[in-house]
Design a protein around this ligand. Structure first.
Ligand code: EPZ
Length: 423
C-alpha cells in the first residue's frame, strides 16, 4: 500500500486544475443502461471509484472504453443483458447501488447486493426501496441482495422522500425516465451532481423539470437515445484545495472551480477570514490577513455546508484562532479523522455528532492513518501547515476520490511525495 509523505514548508502559490466530479460521474455512468445507444462522458476524473463503476457496468454486459488517458468514457449497453450486480464489486463502493434504478427500468428486474456499511456509517437503502416500490417495483432482501422486480414495467408515481437522499433521488430520476406516466419526486436532493445527471438525461431525450429544487418532475419515455456529456467540475475537490492556502498560507487559483457549486461553503470561508474571488479561469483563494478565525459548522443537504467538506474544514479549524464547533448531521460516524489530527497535536473533543476544536498555534507532523476518503485528505491538508514530516498511510482511500493529489499540490509548492510500499 502506498503512503504519502508531506513536510510543512510554508505558503503555497500557483494553480490547481479541478477534475470532473467523482459523484457526478458515478451517477452518469449507470445512465448508459437506460439507452441502447452510446453514451460518452468527457472530463471524467481518473479515479479508482470510476474504474470500479466501469468494472461493474462491464459485468452487467455494458461496454466501457476509456480514452484520452481516462478522461473520456465511451459506453454502450446495447448488449447489456445481465441484471445481477455482484457483491464482490458492489462491496467496494456504495455508489454501485446507482445501477438499481437503471436496471429495473431497462430489464424490469435487478439483483443488487446491499453495498454493506462503510467507515462513515451504516448507509441503508430504505429510502431507495420505498420510492421504487411506489413505482410498482417489488423488492425483497435475500442473502444480502436486493431482488427487485417490475414485471409490467415501472409506473409514474407521486413520491415524497423521507430524507433528501442524493442516491435515492438519482435512482428514482433515472428509473422514472422509462416508466409509464409521469413521476413527481418531492423532498428531492438538490446537489449539483443531480443537476448534471438531469442535464445529461435531457440530452438523451428525457423530459425532466425541477432539477436543483426539492421537486423534480420526470415524464416517462419509451426509450432514450445516446448522447455526449461533459462531467461537471468537482465541487468537493474544489473546496478541498481552497482550504490548502487557508492552512499553509499563500495564494492558489483553482482552474475550473465554480462558486455556484459551493453553496454555503464560501460564506463560511468568508466568515473565517478566507478571501475567495472569481477569475476568468476559476477561483482564487488566500487568507485575508495571515490568520484564520474559528467558526462553527453544521453539515446539511445542499446548498448547506457539505458533509464531504467537514473533515477538511476541521483540519483548518485545528490552527484557527478560537474554538470551533462542528456538527455532523448527515452521517453518524464521520469524525474518524479527529483522533489522527489529535496525534498531530490538535485539541479536539468529540461528543456524538459534535466535535469541538480549540485552535492551537501549529500542528506537528506525525505518522497517521487514513480511514475514509475525506478523512484522508483532511490529514494531508493538516500536514501542509504542520511542523515537520507527516506520513499518511492507506492512501488507497485517497485515490478513490482525488486524482493525482501529490502532483496537484506539488505544483503549487507543497513538499509532498508518494512512497510505494516497496519504495
Ligand atoms: C452521496 O452519497 C455521496 N456519494 C456522498 O459522498 C455524500 O456524502 C452524500 O451523497 C451526501 O451528500 C455519491 O454521490 C457517490 P445519501 P449517498 O443517500 O447518496 C442516509 C464522498 O465522500 N440514508 O444522501 O449514499 C445515509 O445513511 C461520498 O464522495 C438512509 O438512511 O448519500 C446518510 O446518513 C461519501 N437511507 C444520509 O441518508 C437511504 O436509503 C445521506 O445519504 C439512503 C440514505
Amino acid at each position: 500500500m502506498d503512503r504519502i509523505v508531506v513536510r510543512g514548508n510554508g505558503p503555497l502559490n500557483g494553480q490547481i486544475a479541478i477534475s470532473g466530479a467523482k459523484n457526478a460521474c458515478l451517477t452518469l455512468m449507470p445512465a448508459t443502461l437506460l439507452s441502447e445507444e452510446p453514451l460518452t462522458l468527457t472530463n471524467a476524473p481518473r479515479l479508482s471509484d470510476i474504474r470500479t463503476m466501469a468494472t461493474l457496468l462491464q459485468s452487467l454486459g455494458a461496454e466501457v472504453q476509456t480514452m484520452q488517458d481516462g478522461k473520456v468514457l465511451a459506453m454502450s449497453s446495447h448488449a447489456a443483458d445481465t441484471h445481477v450486480a455482484d457483491y464482490d464489486i458492489v462491496r467496494k463502493m456504495r455508489a454501485s447501488n446507482l445501477v438499481l434504478g437503471p436496471l429495473l427500468a431497462r430489464h424490469g428486474h435487478a439483483v443488487v447486493s446491499l453495498p454493506g456499511g462503510c467507515a462513515i456509517g451504516a448507509r441503508p437503502m430504505d429510502i431507495h426501496i420505498a420510492a421504487l416500490e411506489e413505482m410498482g417495483a417489488e423488492i425483497e432482501l435475500k442473502d444480502g441482495y436486493l431482488h427487485a422486480r417490475a414485471a409490467r414495467g415501472l409506473k409514474g408515481a407521486d413520491i415524497t422522500l423521507r430524507f433528501a437522499s442524493v442516491g435515492a433521488t438519482e435512482n428514482v430520476v433515472m428509473a422514472a425516465t422509462l416508466a409509464k406516466g409521469t413521476t413527481v419526486l418531492r423532498n428531492a436532493a438538490r446537489e449539483p451532481e443531480i443537476v448534471d445527471l438531469v442535464t445529461c438525461l435531457r440530452k438523451m431525450g428525457a423530459e425532466i423539470a425541477g432539477e436543483g429544487t426539492d421537486t423534480i418532475t420526470i415524464g416517462g419515455m419509451d426509450r432514450l437515445h445516446g448522447a455526449t456529456h461533459p462531467v461537471v467540475a468537482d465541487r468537493i475537490e474544489t473546496g478541498t484545495y481552497m482550504l490548502a492556502p487557508a492552512i499553509a498560507g499563500g495564494e492558489v487559483e483553482l482552474l475550473g472551480g465554480r462558486i455556484d457549486l459551493l453553496g454555503a461553503f464560501c460564506e463560511k470561508l468568508d466568515a473565517c477570514g478566507i478571501d475567495v474571488a472569481e477569475t476568468p479561469g476559476g477561483l482564487i483563494v488566500k487568507r485575508r490577513n495571515g490568520r484564520v478565525d474559528a467558526v462553527n459548522v453544521v453539515t446539511e443537504i445542499f446548498p448547506g455546508f457539505p458533509t464531504d467538506l467537514q473533515a477538511q474544514m476541521m483540519a483548518v479549524m485545528c490552527t484557527a484562532d478560537g474554538v470551533s464547533v462542528l456538527e455532523e448531521r448527515i452521517f453518524e460516524n464521520r469524525f474518524m479523522h479527529a483522533p489522527e489530527l489529535v496525534r498531530m497535536g490538535a485539541q479536539i473533543d468529540v461528543q456524538g455528532g459534535t466535535a469541538t476544536v480549540t485552535g492551537v498555534d501549529r500542528l506537528k507532523g506525525a505518522p497517521v492513518m487514513a480511514t475514509d476518503l475525506r478523512a484522508s485528505v483532511s490529514l494531508i491538508l493538516a500536514a501542509l501547515g504542520a511542523e515537520g514530516e507527516t506520513v499518511v498511510n492507506r492512501v488507497y482511500h485517497l485515490d478513490r476520490g482525488y486524482e493525482r493529489v501529490e502532483e496537484k499540490l506539488g505544483a503549487v509548492g507543497a513538499d509532498i511525495e508518494r512512497v510505494s510500499e516497496d519504495g
